[in-house]
Design a protein around this ligand. Sequence first.
Ligand SMILES: Cc1cc2nc3c(=O)[nH]c(=O)nc-3n(C[C@H](O)[C@H](O)[C@H](O)COP(=O)(O)O)c2cc1C
Length: 276
Amino acid sequence: MHNLHTELILFSPTGTTRTVLEAIAEGLEPESISRLDLTRSAHAPSHAPEHAQSGSGIKTLALIGMPVHAGRVPTLAVERMRAIKGMGRPAVLVAVYGNRAFDDALLELRDLTRELGFVPVAGAAFIGQHSFSTPEFPVAEGRPDVTDRDRATAFGRLVRDKLDGISHEAELRNLPELQVPGNFPYREGVQAAPISPETVSESCVLCGECAQACPSAAISLHADSVTTENMLCLRCCACIRACPTGSRVMLHPRILELGRTLHAQYAQRREPEFFL
Ligand SMILES: Cc1cc2nc3c(=O)[nH]c(=O)nc-3n(C[C@H](O)[C@H](O)[C@H](O)COP(=O)(O)O)c2cc1C
């Protein structure tokens, strides 16, 4: 498959999935690259790159990356993916998880992308700093690190080799179904609950960075306060990372306890896995 265009399609509240995809894209060495970031908004229902279909001489590979939330693809990301048409394009599927487990997320992503008309050709699971990691109780802190990024680029090269071995559309359609770990029915996933980060009003400067960072528009900026619609919150902690004054904090005891448990139980470094 020559003249490869790669389209990154991603949902990445705290940026680790994005970093992994960029490193994979480096190894793919595409002739051109575009990005469709679903983190903060959905896209037009008919979205498909102009040269998605065969006949234009350029083949488009979709490089699709999602974080793992409670062993699943985040519901909001699935909703936003549903506006995208695969149109027979080959797809590389990437799940990024916080060093506990990716459970059913990669399987869910494979099933979803097939349903949307993509042809999954490869999959991978990478590790990213856990959203609930704190300096006191770090979980996969600093990942993906240099080693992870090198492995991601190496994975990209393997995928490119596989694609270069496919010379006809028919070969792509006749590939055996991509096998990835996971179980169906999938795990339960994240349940809505009145839990979200809070704003410390004494130090908040009302800059609105938290509201801008929020994937689910759960945060509203008012003349003299910031409010959070906690039932909409994904608990992704993007607002905490984005706040320049450290005024967004997660104080809910259930999340603090979970962070401590993850730190204690999942300290051993897990490594990326490839499925080709
Ligand atoms: C609500 C929630 C649930 C999560 N569940 C899992 C999980 O089941 N297993 C795991 O290893 N990491 C889990 N994580 C951690 C994320 O998968 C990890 O931090 C990932 O790198 C985030 O990707 P991003 O930086 O692209 O947002 C969870 C994070 C959140 C916010």
